[in-house]
Design a protein. Structure first.
Length: 437
């Protein structure tokens, strides 16, 4: 029987990293692949680790593309016979019928499990709550913290005005029910009398997906044990991963808070969030070199191309000179010149520009890199040929320093902080630079 406790597909890059952190904090070992590896590599990881996952991009995809993105990964992971197979979704249930549909993921996951086990008709537990991250579900309604306040999901400032998937419903069964013809129900925390009772209620439910309440650690531990006892497919946030590992903690030692010093740090940002700007400004005050990224123009003509190439080359040279002199560098995107780009081209262009600078710096010997933004993180790891990631350190909160695993000796062992725009305190960059000093 496989040692593997959890196999997971992450619907975005930074969210996938959160699964590693949640299980590592509770003694489980884990490995995150940046793309689906060959069968032998995946099986070898499953023999060594408690949790094995693949980072994906389903959250940003139209629903008609989810089949090709999600099914091969879930099928490969299911073949490892994990105790639980998780579709890792956002803790704000960030999805819609047309983009990043969790309802479609429910359909795909049930089909995959049904093909490989006798659990295809078993109701799928759906746990989006992540209390230590300010995400709560009560009587099926979801709540999310922003700043010091906790809001009902459809009134939370960020999610209610989300540019792609604005939330107008806090009842998760209703919200997710719009995304599938399958039945979605909910189980309130008032029904949580025991693990056995919850397990029975999930198993006997007549819906395809069952939203679970959680308000704190006690709820998570109970639900985690119930889900481990049930086995099969489940959908949820890092709170679900937390619940599983909290129910049956592993024997791995505590996650280190630091690794040995690695010299100057390069930070690149494809995120235009206000918090990332504050972090870059704080780095500048601490003596970092800061500059905007140089991105390509959508204009035609050799002169424009040559001008861009010269500017890009000049920036890379300045970065490499600063790093060689021991000065850390932060490259920003909110002040980058994107005037020659169409709106839909901006984020990919920023990510590509950032990835190019990172590659040059790593080839020059930089050992620790901060990358801000999910799309940028994906592009950077792809360009560098990173095959998988494991946790190197957890300096503070939900900030995770990762160790890259790659065939290229220049990349293997590289330390990466891959973060969302809102993650981390204002002085995060300097904190990461100073680790191990």
């Amino acid at each position: 029987m496989s040692k593997l406790r959890l196999g997971f597909y992450g619907d975005d890059f930074t969210g996938s990293v959160d699964v590693l952190l949640q299980v590592a904090r509770r003694g489980w070992t884990g490995r995150l692949f940046t793309r689906l590896p060959d069968r032998e590599t995946l099986r070898a990881a499953a023999q060594r680790c408690d949790a094995v996952g693949v980072a994906g991009i389903a959250r940003s995809l139209p629903s008609e593309k989810l089949e090709a993105e999600v099914r091969p990964v879930l099928t490969a992971l299911a073949s490892l016979d994990p105790q639980v197979l998780q579709y890792k979704a956002c803790s704000t249930a960030d999805s819609s019928p047309h983009v990043g549909s969790v309802g479609r993921a429910l359909e795909i996951g049930r089909a995959v499990v049904g093909e490989q086990t006798a659990r295809g008709e078993q109701p799928v537990p759906m746990l989006f709550a992540q209390p230590d991250f300010g995400r709560y579900t009560a009587f099926g309604h979801h709540f999310a913290r922003e700043g010091e306040a906790v809001y009902r999901l459809d009134r939370q400032p960020t999610m209610s005005s989300h540019p792609v998937t604005p939330m107008d419903e806090s009842d998760l069964a209703v919200h997710l029910g719009r995304q599938t013809e399958l039945g979605i129900g909910s189980l309130p925390f008032t029904a949580y009398s025991s693990v056995a009772e919850v397990t029975q209620q999930i198993r006997e439910s007549d819906v395809a997906g069952l939203v679970l309440d959680a308000l704190g650690e006690e709820h998570l531990r109970l639900l985690g044990q119930a889900l481990l006892d049930l086995g099969g497919f489940a959908i949820g946030s890092g709170g679900l991963s937390h619940a599983l590992a909290a129910a049956e903690p592993g024997k791995a030692g505590p996650v280190p808070v630091a690794t040995p010093a690695r010299g100057p740090v390069l930070a690149v940002s494809g995120s235009r969030s206000a918090q990332t700007r504050r972090q870059i400004d704080a780095a500048a005050r601490a003596g970092w070199m800061t500059a905007p990224l140089v991105v390509g123009s959508s204009g035609s003509g050799e002169h424009g191309t040559a001008e861009h190439s010269a500017s890009e080359h000049s920036l890379r040279e300045r970065v490499l000179v600063a790093l060689a002199a021991g000065q850390s560098v932060a490259l920003s995107s909110d002040d980058a010149d994107t005037s020659g780009l169409a709106a839909q081209e901006v984020l990919p262009a920023l990510a590509s520009a950032a990835a190019g600078v990172v590659e040059a710096a790593v080839r020059a010997g930089v050992g620790r890199v901060i990358v801000c933004g999910g799309d940028t993180s994906s592009r950077v790891t792809t360009l560098l040929g990173v095959e998988s990631l494991s946790i190197a350190a957890n300096p503070t909160g939900n900030v995770v320093l990762l160790r890259a695993h790659a065939a290229d000796p220049a990349v293997d062992g590289l330390e990466l902080l891959l973060k969302g725009g809102q993650v981390g305190d204002v002085d995060l960059f300097e904190t990461i630079r100073g680790l191990g000093d």
